[in-house]
Design a protein around this ligand. Structure first.
Ligand code: FES
Ligand SMILES: [Fe+2]
Length: 353
């Protein structure tokens, strides 16, 4: 039993249209697997957001995602074989192209109209394979604005699971109260949320580094008096986090690096969320450049482990309630509204559409 099913009569929960709703898979890019796990001419089937899909790379290395059951008798196409640019079903050797159209049936010339399966946009970025449930012009995969259009170096961390919906884990970055109560960051904040046409939102937090205790004063000496970070969310499935923004060593020298990371989410099963942390930095040339990038990626990882260690357990047993949000929780209320405006995809449960 998942937490949402518990205490239903004494602590009733409001069911949202999309937000925190396990029956709905919203449109968006979902992480699949590290790109190097699927080699040229290889095929793999996987359950992604409850949808059985098959992924393959053709002989010329084109990546393809299709529905995972053969339209003939329903065999798992993951046990099939790549033949040139097509995928061949194991059972009766029907062959499918990258659009999911059957192009060959060994025992007869004519191909029935229904001999086709749905294909899905998929791509490779930040060392991962990503898939989108909507075939019609999906929006581009999220980029961190400061790194947009640039070549980046990346590092994938070990994925982990959370026992709550990914919409809930994404609340963490925009919950102003908990920065004080949990992370002991006594920041005063200006919070702005920009929502653009692509369905992405940007959240900026700025504040003055406090001077309440020795630790704070030390931080202020090293990082200067101002602190800011920003988050970019896309489709409720991908969050980009930029920390150490505009900080200056001893308040003067512009030498401190800005660190960037992504959290990519997908529902694994009801009550279980897959989380893939990805650290990114601008690609630098030459040996020194490469070493600098590696050092920054290692620093980003350290920063993430530090933040995660402080409140990771909150999300292991939470039963999120949105009925008693305070004015200070405004960003969370706006975020819930944004999520509820996302479109449900065809991977949602039948009754949820
Ligand atoms: S089940 Fe796939 S070809 Fe028959
Ligand atoms: Fe936190």
């Amino acid at each position: 039993m998942i937490n949402e099913d518990k205490n239903q009569l004494t602590q009733p929960l409001r069911q949202h249209k999309i937000f925190n709703n396990w029956e709905v898979v919203a449109e968006g890019w979902y992480p699949v697997m590290p790109a190097n796990r699927l080699k040229r001419s290889e095929v793999k089937s996987l359950l992604i957001c409850g949808q059985h899909l098959v992924f393959f790379r053709t002989e010329s290395n084109k990546l393809t995602a299709l529905d995972g059951y053969c339209p003939h008798m329903g065999v798992d196409l993951g046990i099939g074989k790549v033949q040139g640019e097509n995928l061949r079903c194991f059972f009766h050797h029907w062959e499918f192209n990258q659009q999911g159209d059957c192009v060959k049936i060994p025992c007869q010339e004519t191909i029935p109209k229904k001999a086709r399966i749905k294909h899905y946009p998929c791509l490779e970025k930040y060392g991962m394979i990503w898939v989108h449930p909507n075939t019609e012009n999906p929006s581009p995969l999220l980029e961190i604005p400061k790194l947009a259009q640039q070549e980046v170096s990346w590092q994938l961390d070990r994925p982990y699971f959370r026992k709550c919906h990914h919409h809930i884990t994404m609340v963490n970055g925009i919950d102003p109260q908990h920065l004080k109560t949990v992370h002991d960051l006594n920041l005063s904040m200006n919070l702005s949320i920009k929502e653009d046409d692509s369905g992405q939102i940007e959240i900026d937090l700025q504040g003055k580094v406090p001077t309440d205790n020795l630790k704070d004063r030390l931080m202020k000496t090293i990082l200067g008096p101002e602190y800011s970070y920003s988050m970019n969310y896309a489709d409720g499935t991908l969050a980009g986090l930029t920390i150490m923004k505009d900080v200056k060593l001893f308040g003067r020298f512009d030498v401190l690096p800005t660190l960037h990371m992504f959290f990519a989410y997908r529902p694994e099963s009801r009550g279980k969320t897959f989380v893939q942390p990805i650290y990114v930095t601008k690609k630098r040339r030459g040996l020194v450049g490469a070493l600098t990038s590696q050092a920054l990626l290692a620093m980003t990882k350290l920063a993430f482990k530090f933040l995660q260690g402080e409140d990771g357990e909150v999300y292991e047993n939470i039963r999120f309630n949105s009925e008693n949000l305070l004015p200070i929780d405004g960003p969370i209320a706006r975020y819930i509204g944004y999520i509820n405006r996302l479109k449900p995809s065809l991977w949602s449960k039948h009754d949820a559409l």
